[in-house]
Design a protein around this ligand. Sequence first.
Ligand code: GAP
Length: 458
Amino acid sequence: MDNNLTMDKLVALCKSRGFVFPGSEIYGGFANTWDFGPVGVELKNNIKRAWWKRFVQEDPLTYGVDAAILMNPTVWEASGHVASFGDPKMDCKKCKQRFRADTLVENHSKGLVSAEAMTNEELMQYIEKHHICCPHCGGFDWTPIRKFNPMFVTSRGTLEDEADKVYLRPETCQGEYVNFLNVQRTARAKVPFAIAQIGKSFRNEITPGNFLFRTIEFEQMELQMFCHENDSMNFYSNYKERALKFAEDLGLSADHLRFHDHDKLAHYAKAACDIQYLFPIGWQELNGIHHRGTWDLSRHQQYSGKSMLYLDPFTNEKFLPNVIEYSIGADRLTLAILCQAYQEEKLENGETRVVMHFHPAIAPYKVAILPLQKNLSDKAKEVYSLLSKEFMCDYDEAGSIGKRYRRQDEIGTPFAVTIDFDTLDDQTVTIRDRDSMEQIRLKIDDLIQYISSKIKFN
Ligand code: GAP
């Protein structure tokens, strides 16, 4: 990551290069919603694919699902979201701004205090003891702390009454719990096994902001490992390590990542930890790994009336599996990757280039095809049609070759293939490496193998 990177700089690059646009922009926007553009959608899809490959495709213990966003409302009673999901909010009486009390505490302590499991009384005590003032107006005149339920509500029938009330899911994992029996039966899965899914979640956040960091609509990549209690701490440690390695393998630097073990836990939890990333706004949660005990399955057993007990065919023991959850936001991870990749580099000729050093496996385009002159475009289009069967390719014939390289650097394309007059004679092209800017000559016939060998994610 470039030390000079600010969130404003990143937002500007994302907007000008087609990564991310403000949501509903032509109508003046819609706060804290963002639309992924042609380049951004490729990046995010590649990140999601890399997660799925690592945690589902390559793991014989894990099965994928894609559950409905709208669920039977009783699901949210069982999960505890209707009664107690919610952020502790408080208003500044002076300027009328609303804040999350736990965020005020965590920001004040620079992340040293974990406020997640603090009661409203404990939060208020801390705020008074440390005289935490309103970040907006500097006043110290707070309302009492109240719970604010951030679930979006909609209605199912044609009449908007209480009976028709449904929720937009605030997390994807409930779709995994409610399919525990279905997956176990159809996949003939034996505990331990995991269910994973990637999908949209919605939260009416009190303090959204910081670009993609906290939005009201976002994607989660969640995995629930169902296991025997005796194995549960091993799985917990194992997922901590695997989650960290995944983040590093995608290119997040080790010195920008750290574990943050929770000292206070939800009453049912046996252990909980975040992996934090050093964003330009400071250390913040990237993902969570939680040991949830038997809480989720026991609640769904109670509310649905269906037994969630598992009969171990080897030991004949009947038990309710424990759950280890690994949960990461696809948009938040995309933001971390954008921050990490950004670099302003001084060139020998005195110019500066902005380059996004994405791991080639997740780069939006793998290769750009650039005819040196417009009258080489027929040959260049031939090469484009060959390579685009294998990779996402960009094609650009407008402007000087230097400008075209700069544009590809800014969207993080790892390779640029230049078609020149020699190409017509000997069927070779120049291929330029984004990071080293070195160029070599290759036969067109060798391009697919060369590029494929450089963009693997293992
Ligand atoms: N099922 C557990 C769960 O949802 P969480 O800590 O609330 O736990 C998990 O969310 C992850 O989802 C977070 O670590 C973060 O990466 C992402 N996330 C949560 N709220 C978000 C928001 N409002 N905007 C973007 N990402 C969010």
